[in-house]
Design a binder for this molecule. Structure first.
Ligand code: ZN
Ligand code: FE
Length: 252
């Protein structure tokens, strides 16, 4: 097992740090400075960098980090990534610091987006968020819906280590979609309390997401009904997903 913690970056990014003894992996270091500070503070050697996708807030720190700590850079093969040493397509199994990590292709937010799965944690970048999902910058609704279906099929105990603190605002949208879902009401209260105390709302578990995340609930009658009122042309999960995603983006 890794010991997992986060390094806050920018306004609302989380850079995840996976530690074993005095070695560490980092996921999506958009900024090098807070990572360098943490490695120095904790006396850690950087053993690898895992990148989910090419956006600057996820890979912007790679050049400076590897200048100080030469380490392999695992990243999507099909995206433009600074300093990538290990191109990945999804489907690979990595062994790092004695632990296995499965690489999953989850296109939608970007075309080559990857997620990394350890024995109990999913590092999913901007694909799945607390109570939400990433915007479709490069993929189609069908692609993103298929990626989310894939994640939804993981064990419900899987911890969801996403890359942004967006849960509170996402829950406002979830409430608009399903005003009568008590799990959403309860989670909104819990997350509001966490944020007031300056605590992260992540990681969640997949079970919590399945109960509260509208984008994982496209087969629920209440979600289908709401999506039909917001442009879904039929009840298929892809049509429902597409309508929700469009509604969410307009709602910002
Ligand atoms: Zn992104
Ligand atoms: Fe991002």
């Amino acid at each position: 097992m890794f010991e997992i913690s986060f390094i806050p970056a920018f306004k609302d990014n989380y850079i995840w740090l996976l530690r074993r003894d005095h070695q560490a992996l980092v996921v999506d270091p958009g900024d090098a400075a807070p990572v360098l500070a943490r490695l120095a503070e904790d006396g850690l050697t950087l053993a690898g960098i895992l990148i989910t996708h090419h956006h600057a807030d996820h890979q912007g720190g790679v050049g400076e980090l590897t200048a100080h700590h030469p380490a392999p850079v695992f990243a999507p093969a099909g995206e433009s990534i600074t300093g990538r040493t290990a191109p990945l397509d999804g489907g690979e199994r990595l062994t790092l610091l004695g632990q296995t990590l499965d690489v999953l292709a989850v296109p939608g937010h970007t075309a080559g987006h990857l997620a990394y799965l350890t024995d109990d944690g999913l590092f999913c970048g901007d694909t799945l968020f607390g109570a939400g999902c990433g915007r479709l910058f490069e993929g189609t609704p069908a692609q993103m819906a298929a990626s989310l279906d894939r994640l939804a099929a993981l064990p419900p105990t899987t911890r969801i280590y996403c890359a942004h603190e967006y849960t509170a605002v996402n829950l406002r949208f979830a409430t608009a979609v399903e005003p009568d879902n008590p799990a959403i009401t309860a989670r909104a209260a819990q997350v509001a309390a966490q944020r007031r105390a300056n605590l992260p709302s992540v990681p969640s578990t997949l079970a919590e997401e399945l109960a509260t995340n509208p984008f994982l609930r496209c087969r629920q009658p209440a979600v289908i009904a709401a999506a039909r009122q917001h442009g879904a042309t039929d009840d298929s999960p892809v049509a429902v997903f597409a309508a929700l995603r469009r509604w969410r983006s307009e709602d910002r």
